[in-house]
Structures are given as C-alpha cells and as structure tokens.
Design a protein around this ligand. Sequence first.
Ligand code: ADP
Ligand code: MG
Length: 258
Amino acid sequence: MSEPPQLLLDHHLKKLKLPTFLAEYDKQARQCAAENVDHVRYLLRLSELELIERERRMIERRIKAAKFPATKSLDSFDFKALPSLNKALVMELARCQYIGYQQNIIALGPSGTGKTHIALGLGLAACQKGLKVRFITAAALVHELLEAADEKRLLRQQKQLISQDLLIIDELGYVPLSKTGAELLFEIFSQRYERGSILVTSNLPFDEWTEVFGSERLTGALLDRLTHYVHILEMNGESYRLNQSRQRQKQSYKNNKR
Ligand code: ADP
Ligand code: MG
C-alpha cells in the first residue's frame, strides 16, 4: 500500500528542514489558485517565505548568543541629550563596516552618559546583520578567563572569544584587575588584534588605564593594539539617569505647589 502523497511530502519537507514550506504550502496554493498565479511564482513565494523565516531565526540566535544584559536599540537613544557624541559617526558604525575591517570602538565618558546603551545598540545592529557578537563586562570576562584557566579549558575559552565578529567589553576601569587577570585580558586584546573588532566602554581616560592593568608596559602594549584602528566615541556629559530623576523631582515639586 502506498502512502498518501501529502504525508510523504510533509515527511520530505521535514527531512529537508523546510518548516515554512511545510507550514505554508497549502495556504499559499489556495491563494495562488485564487489569484491565478503560476507554479513557478507559487514556488518562489514559498522559498521567499522560507528564506525570510530562516534569517529571522538566525538573528534571534545571534541575539541570544550575544548575552546582552538588556535589549536597547539606537532608535531609543536621545542624541540631543549628549551633544559631545558624534551622532553621524554612531549611525555610520551601526552599518557595521568597521567590523569587516577589524576596527575597534572605544566609548569614553563618566557614569550614566549612555555608554552601555550605545554598546548594546551597536551590538544589536551587528546581530541584525547576522554577525557574531558577545557582550560582557570587563570584570565578568576576567572572571570567566580565570575560571577557565583553573579548569584547564583556557584555550577553548579563548578560541570562543576570538571567534566572535564583535567582542563588547563593558565597564573597563570600574574594578582594578589582578596581575593574572590583567595578563589574561591583555591576551584577548592581543589575539583579536587585526582579526576581529572590540568595542570597549570605559569611565577612565587613557592615562588612567595603567591603574587598572597595574603595569605601564602592559597598558602601553594594549593601547597600542586597541587604538591602531579605532573610532573614539566621546561621551562627556551629565548623567542621563541623574538628569531624569532631577526632572522628575522638579515636576513633582511643581505639582505639589499647585
Ligand atoms: P553608562 O553605561 O554610561 O553608565 P547607561 O548606558 O547605563 O550609562 O545609561 C544609563 C541609563 O540611562 C540607561 O537606562 C540608558 O538607557 C539611559 N540613557 C542614557 N543616555 C541616554 C540617552 N541619551 N537617551 C536615552 N536613554 C539614555
Ligand atoms: Mg555602563
């Protein structure tokens, strides 16, 4: 006894990993019949739907793998609140060409000026281009590397970090690093040099980085590599958080007086 063709088709489409074809072929067939669309255009529609869906899933996977602490996009960033930041440069960077050239980005400025927000926005833009991104704070990165070294899987961990198209290291400078920690972090910068992009955010100007890394020689070598091809985002301004809470206070003061 032979299987009904529809059962076989469903089975084959599953095997071929064409879930959208499978889900849509019936509905699209009816639509195409109603619209008098020929079989080539019918197949074209189905393959287009499959491609769109495949890309959507791939981007979703990239975003998940990036381990962003929050989803923030550049659309929700108020550039007017931070005149020191070059908006045109940020929008150009969102096109992600710098990643193709293995160039780096450093966002510098005091706390609350939106450095993490910009880093998240640029990270998301890279994921949407299908690029491999990893977001991590400097402290967590050093912790991961130390732990990997302890468990004799440092090489695998380093490989994984080097294989990203964009590595985002947030909050460099908030915590001073141990000697081993600084050396492990340096190694990552060194291994990624001219092989992949790094985006660093820091509250410290370059001349204070020595305090974080403990060694002038190491800091010099690191800055040398990091800044060879670099876009600097100057984010000097008032804390956005502080400004907002001040405004809220003013507003409630006005309301109370009424
Ligand atoms: P930083 O990393 O420089 O300390 P964050 O990026 O964490 O600052 O910003 C603090 C908070 O304020 C976040 O919730 C962020 O989304 C918001 N924020 C900061 N600057 C802006 C801005 N210009 N437009 C919109 N939101 C902003
Ligand atoms: Mg931050």
